[in-house]
Design a binder for this molecule. Structure first.
Ligand SMILES: O=c1[nH]cnc2c1ncn2[C@@H]1O[C@H](CO)[C@@H](O)[C@H]1O
Ligand SMILES: [Zn+2]
Length: 366
């Protein structure tokens, strides 16, 4: 969707990414090679460039449901330990090359058992791939930490089981839980059992909400389910009245802002699913100006033809963002990460702040 060039400053800026789907960021060439190895013959294109194009165009329908149909082909090549390992390793390398220093990558273990793997084996293969990618990236001078979020599909009925899996692997590379998939008709409260379990376990979770569906979904995610963060949450603007001289926040929007609930915003993805009309008009900028805890994310790099650098470049080019805004969003992301406070602080103080000073951005003020 967005083959824009990223400026040297944005490319070099240390970045943090909270919302990136592992199965939404597979390299086209890898899809083709694994398909050959496993005998998967349903790919819509067999040339890497054409396949890349196909994903972007097919995901560009204006409908979340149709957007999600394209994942059939990435999930198909992520059914073996070798396939999962390779995809995870390449994910870490690609993010490191984009200047990402910390990432949370999510995937749904229940979608990777068609070849007979146990969900534990899925988690372990992905973890091993991330660790190898981290090692290679560090050796290449691009250190990155990648942690996993386990997603449950909201139309399915395995969320409690996957929540338990996330808790079991919490000391082994998994830092949280999520629900994803078609939003309309599948409210977060359908999975209350899983969320209540995680709260009792003192575990972290985010919920895709306020993307294809509006305020009730956000309200349930926060006030019924207790979400730590919102995946997208873009529709929170429906509770901001901009008709007068100054924007007025409704009760829910005020709660989200005042409680510092992180919004994992994904501009390009929202343009493709119809949740926003353009980068210039995307609510992320209004929400930034109102000081919501905004973060910038990729969602699905393959389907959107994007990188975190590109998402940021679009905001700079079309919505008036500055490098200082990008640093603010990056620090917001690290403040909101599901890793221990001391690790977050070390990344902010030792990596992010010095990285922006090196780019000549004036010192950070709150
Ligand atoms: O923007 C999105 N909204 C809702 N669900 C999504 C989005 N992007 C990806 N997935 C879903 O999450 C699964 C696990 O990674 C993917 O297979 C896809 O079905
Ligand atoms: Zn998502």
């Amino acid at each position: 969707m967005s083959d824009i060039a990223v400026s040297p400053e944005i490319a070099a800026a240390p970045k943090a990414l909270l919302h990136d789907h592992l199965d939404g960021g597979v390299r086209p060439q890898t899809i083709i090679e694994i398909s050959d190895e496993i005998g998967y013959t349903n790919l819509p294109r067999t040339d890497a460039a054409a396949l890349d194009q196909w994903f972007r165009e097919s995901a560009d329908s204006g409908s979340l449901v149709r957007y999600l149909e394209t994942f059939e082909h990435t999930v198909a090549v992520m059914q073996t330990p070798a396939g999962l390992h390779r995809v995870a390793k390449e994910c870490a390398l690609d993010l490191a090359a984009d200047g990402v220093v910390y990432a949370e990558s999510r995937y749904a273990p229940e979608q990777h058992v068609a070849g007979g793997l146990a969900m534990e084996e899925v988690v372990e293969a992905v973890n091993a791939g991330f660790r190898e990618g981290e090692t290679e990236a560090a050796a290449a001078g691009r250190p990155i930490q990648v942690r996993a979020l386990l997603t449950a599909m909201r139309h399915a009925a395995r969320s409690r089981e996957i929540a338990e899996l996330a808790a079991r692997y919490r000391d082994d590379g998994v830092v949280g839980f999520d629900i994803a998939g078609a939003e309309a008709g599948y409210p977060p409260t359908r999975h209350l059992d899983a969320f209540e379990y995680l709260q009792r376990e003192n575990a972290h979770f985010t919920i895709h909400a306020g993307e294809a569906f509006g305020l009730p979904s956000i309200w349930e995610a926060i006030q019924w389910c207790g979400a730590d963060r919102l995946g997208h949450g873009v529709r929170i603007v429906d509770d901001v009245d901009t008709s007068g001289d100054a924007p007025v926040l409704g009760r829910l929007a005020a709660y989200v802002r005042d409680a510092r609930i992180p919004l994992e915003m994904c501009p390009s993805s929202n343009l493709q699913t119809g949740a926003a009309a353009s980068y210039a008009e995307h609510p992320i900028t209004l929400l930034k100006d109102l000081r919501f805890r905004v973060t910038v994310n990729t969602d699905n790099r393959l389907m959107s033809g994007t990188t975190l650098g590109r998402e940021m470049q679009h905001l700079v080019d079309d919505a008036g963002w500055t490098l200082s805004d990008i640093r603010w969003a990056t620090i917001n992301a690290l403040k909101s990460a599901f890793i221990p406070y001391d690790v977050r602080l070390a990344l902010i103080e030792k990596v992010v702040k010095p990285g922006y000073v090196a780019l000549g951005v004036p010192a950070y003020t709150v």
